[in-house]
Write a protein that binds this ligand. Structure first.
Ligand code: FMN
Length: 320
């Protein structure tokens, strides 16, 4: 269990807040939401916080499965304790199929890649696998057509304008992009995207930085964009969305694709509603994704820090 929780520490999270805690006792791991790491301006409802915890839960499930432990997860097990998001136990043992080993390896290889992608189309076979990965976790991945990408681009632009006009958002952004070197969290500015024309703008993590790398050519011509949606829009659905996001990201990484999640279009209510048109009003949009072939596979994406392996894990015994 401890190894699974340590593997889950690699999970992506909103502003790299890593807003989860694990408590491991006997053969059970409890996953709890950590509201001390909630972003009050970006995420007042804790949608992205719980979604991030869902990603960590799926990472832990993959780490267990890949080592032959069949995990059993109970989601939101106690209505009187809403911060207890899930319990995880090992139900049985079975040899793991090779596909799981690839997903397990992808946990360490995956990074959010905000750099422009190569001018090469993403193979349709891979996109079909990504759709299936989301479906298996109880969510839907809508791959956008070019005309729909233009709508997503307009939504991302509008979301950026709305958020950057909010002083509380700017303060939160500055806090989480200027964490001390040893905090083990936050979004370091070297992982932010260079500015330049794109069909869909990615979040500007450094709106006030004086000297920024700029690319002038239009890029991301072959990037694919997708919206992940769920039937509901409540904590159970947010957890499902996180598990599905993890499955999609790890499947993409195992297929050597680069990815970057985009949640600004969801954080702003007006653009979140606009995205429902793109999903044919089937369910609730939870997060958008940019998917592509890395421009230079020999240059891995810059990495964001993590809390040390066991910093967010406590272990207690039943008779403690
Ligand atoms: C729920 C969620 C929302 C995110 N939103 C964005 C976003 O809007 N823009 C972005 O560039 N990255 C976004 N990310 C990526 C995180 O910033 C990233 O996971 C974190 O900084 C850690 O970096 P890593 O993914 O390279 O490990 C999001 C990730 C998650 C899980």
């Amino acid at each position: 269990m401890i190894q699974a929780a340590v593997a889950a520490q690699r999970a992506p999270s909103i502003f790299n807040t890593q807003p989860w805690r694990w408590n491991i006792h006997d053969d059970i791991a409890e996953l709890r939401a950590d509201h001390d790491h909630q972003l009050a301006a970006v995420d007042p409802e804790a949608r992205m916080l719980i979604l991030s915890c869902g990603v960590a839960l799926h990472h832990a499930r993959i780490a267990l499965s890949a080592t032959g432990h069949v995990p059993e997860a109970t989601r939101l097990p106690d209505p009187h304790d809403p911060d207890l998001l899930a319990t995880l136990r090992v139900a049985s043992f079975t040899p793991a199929p090779a596909a799981l080993a690839r997903l397990h390896q992808a946990i360490a290889l995956r990074h959010t890649d905000r750099r422009p992608f190569a001018d090469q189309p993403v193979p349709e076979t891979t996109l079909t696998r990504l759709r299936a990965a989301a479906h298996q976790q109880g969510a839907r991945l809508h791959l956008l057509r070019p005309d729909q990408t233009a709508v997503l681009g307009a939504a991302a632009y509008a979301a950026a304008i709305s958020e950057l006009a909010n002083p509380d958002y700017r303060t939160e952004l500055a806090t989480w992009t200027h964490r001390g070197a040893d905090t083990g969290d936050g979004v370091p500015l070297h992982t932010a995207a260079p500015t330049g024309p794109r069909p869909v703008p990615v979040r500007d993590f450094a709106p006030d930085a004086p000297h920024r790398p700029v690319h002038t050519e239009a890029t991301d011509r072959h990037a694919r964009y997708a919206i992940l949606s769920t039937d509901g829009d409540d904590p159970a659905a947010w957890l499902t969305a996180g598990e599905a996001l993890s499955a999609v990201l790890l499947t993409a990484t195992a297929d050597r694709l680069a990815t970057s999640p985009m949640s600004d279009v969801i954080e702003v209510p007006a653009t979140r509603h606009l995205l429902r048109d793109l999903t044919g009003h089937t369910g609730h949009p939870m997060i958008a994704l940019r998917i592509g072939i890395p421009a230079d596979a020999t240059q891995p994406a810059p990495t964001a820090p993590r809390h040390s392996g066991t910093a967010l894990i406590t272990t207690t015994s039943a008779d403690a």
